[in-house]
Design a protein around this ligand. Sequence first.
Ligand code: GLA
Length: 719
Amino acid sequence: MSRPTSLSAGPSAEDPSTAFRLDSESASLVFDAASPVPKLLYWGERLEGDAAGLGAVLERPVLHGLLDDPEPLTCFPETGQGFQGSPGLEAHRDGESFFTQLERIGIQQDEDRLSVELEDRATKIQVRIDIESLGDLFRWRTSVHSTAAQRVPLTVDWLAAAAIALPSGLQEVQLFEGQWCRELHSDRLRLDSGSLLRENRTGRTSHQSFPAMVFGEAGFSAERGAVYALHLAWSGNHRLIAERTRTGQLQAQLGELLLPGEVQLAGGEQLESPWVYLGLSQGGTNGLAEHFHAFVRGHLVPKTRRPVHFNTWEALYFDHSEEKTLELVAEARRRGAERFVLDDGWFRGREHDRAGLGDWEVCETKYPRGLEPIVEAVEAAGLEMGLWVEPEMVNADSDLCRRHPDWLLQSPGRQQPLGRHQHALDLTRDDVRHHLLETLVGLVDRYRLRYLKWDMNRDLCHVEAQGRPAQRAMTLAYYRLLDAFRTARPDVEVEACSSGGARVDYEVLRRVTRLWPSDSHDPKERQMIHRGYNLFFPPEVLGMHVGSERSETSGRTHAMAFRAHTALFGHLGIEPTRRPLSSEDAALLERTVAFYKEHRSWLHEATTLYLEHAETELVSRLALAADGSRALLAAALLDTPRQILLAPLRLRGLPEGQRWRVTLLEADQHSFAKSRSAMHRGEPVAATSEALHYGLQLPPLRPESLALFELVALAPEDS
Ligand code: GLA
C-alpha cells in the first residue's frame, strides 16, 4: 500500500454550512457541507446561477420507523452515521473498529478539482475524496488511510471508489453483460427497491461485466431522457452496486472487488481507489457518448493516423510458414493495408495453444531464415510491421516455465484450473517484469516493430503472490509493465486485446491507442457489440476488421458490402482467410479501404449518433463531421423486419438550416421492387436538415445487410 501525502485543512474550509460546487463544461456538482460528510445535492446540467437554497428545498422529512436522521446518503455513506444501505467502506481491525463516524477536516478546491478530507479519530482512519472536472466529465476517487500504528492493521473488505447519490426520480439502470464474441450487450432493469449487484472476479476487466452503469428516466433511449453514466476505470476485479433505499433514494457504488484479506493497511498506509468517470446528458445516450468520446479524444488517446491493419490470425492460426506469410504480405499490399500484424503462432513451440507461450523467439521450423525476410517484405511494401504477443502468460510446455517454475502465479501445492492451457506469470515480481520488458524491447528493436498486439487470454484464479492474495497487485503490476514498455519505446503503438474485449476500460485505454473489442468479425454481431461500446469509446479506438465471408466464430455468411461497411466505421482492418476473394469482393474491399483513407481524418473526429426507429432489427448510426460539413449513415437491418418497407428514418441531430446532397452509396436491395426512387437508384438528391429530421426513406433491404448513405453539406448557392 502506498503512503499518502499529508491531509491538511485547505484554505477554503470556512463556513461548514456553505454549499460548495464543482463545474465541468456542461454539468455541475453541488455538495451540502452542513453534514459532517458532504452530501451530493445536485448533479445535473451546469448551473448558471448559484444554487443557494438547494439544501433547504430538498430537505427530507423524518418518518416514523426510521432513525432520526433518516438515511444520510453522503459522499461516503457510513453505518456510523446511521446509513443502513450499502456503506462506502467495509473495514475492521481484526473485528474491531468496524464502522466509522467521519468528520470533515478539510476541503481543498481550485477551479477543476475538489478534495474533501475526512477523519474518524476513534478508528484512526482518514478518508479523502478527490473529484476533478475534465471537459464535460467528472472523475472521482476515494482513498482510505490508516493514520497511526495500531496493534492490528486495518483490513479493508470494500472501498467504494465512488458512492454517488443520483436523482431519485431515475427509474432505470442499464448494466453491461456479454461473453466472448458478444461483448458489451445491455441489461436494462427497473429499480424500484433493493439492490442490484454485479461482480467480476475474472482478474481482468471481463467479457461479462463491463464496469459501468447508466441510470436514466423511464424509457430513456439513444435520443431521449436524462441519463447518468459511471465508468470504473479498472482492469481487475470489480463490484457495481445500484441501490434504492427504503425511502426511495438512489445510490450507485463502483469499486474494486477485493479478495479476502487482500488489503491490510498498517499505520501510515493508504488504499487509493481507481477513478470513476461520470457523465450525464439530458438528451439520451447519444449525448452521453458525445461527452465520453470528447473526453477520450481530448484526454486519453493521442490523435494518430490509424493505418489500415492486415491481421493474420484467421488466415494462419498456428500453421505459419515463410511462404504463406510472404503471400499474405503481398495480399496486404494489394488491398491497400498499411500495417501488417503477424498474429499468434510465429514463435518457438507454438504448434497449438498448449505450448510455446513464454518463449518469445521465432520458430525456426516455420521461419528458417527468421522473421527478417518478413519484416523486409513488409517494409518494402510500404507497410508497418506489427507483432502479436501475450507477455503475461506462459504454457507449462515452454522453456521459460521449465527454467522458472517459481515465476508462475499460483498457490503452492494447489492444482490451478487453467485457461486456454496456460498459466499467468506473477507480475508482482520485479524479475518477471524485468524479463518481460527486456523481451519486448528486444523484439521491437530486432524486428523494427511499430506496433504490438498485446493479448491476455485467460481469466485469473488462485491469484496469490508470496502467500497473499494479489489481484490488486497484479492489476497494478500489469500497468507498471505496460508503462515501462511505453517509456522504453514510446513510438510503438500498443493494442489491448484479451480474448476479444475482456480488457477494455479507461485505465487501459490511457496506455494504448487501440482496443480489440471482440474476436467476432460477424458484422451482425459487430453492429450490436459496437452499439454498446459506443457509449464510452469513440469508434476509431476500436479495431474493426473485414473478416471472411463465412464468419469463423458464428458460422454465418455475409456479403462483402455488409462486412466492409460495418468495419468502415471503426479503426479499419482486414482479417483474411485462405479462401480467395472473388474479383467483385476484392474490388469492393479495396474501394472501402480507399474510402476509409480518404475520409478517416473527419470520421475519427465525428460525432456518432444512433438513430431511433420503431423497427428493433434496424441499427442506424450516423457519423457527423465535427465541422458539420458531411456525414455518413449506415442503416443496418439485422433480421427480417416486421414491415418490409420501413418507416422513414428520422435523421435527428443534423445542424438546422443546412442543405445536403444525399447519395445512397450502397445497399443490398430486394430485387422485387418494381420501381425505385431516384435516390434509391443512387442518384444524389438535395434535402435540408429539416426534411431529413422528418424522415429518409430507406430502400427495401435484405436482412443482414446495410444501406450506406453519404451526406455532403451544400453551400447556399449550390442546388
Ligand atoms: C485471442 C485474440 C485473437 C487472437 C488469438 C491468438 O483470442 O483475441 O484476436 O489474437 O488470441 O491466439
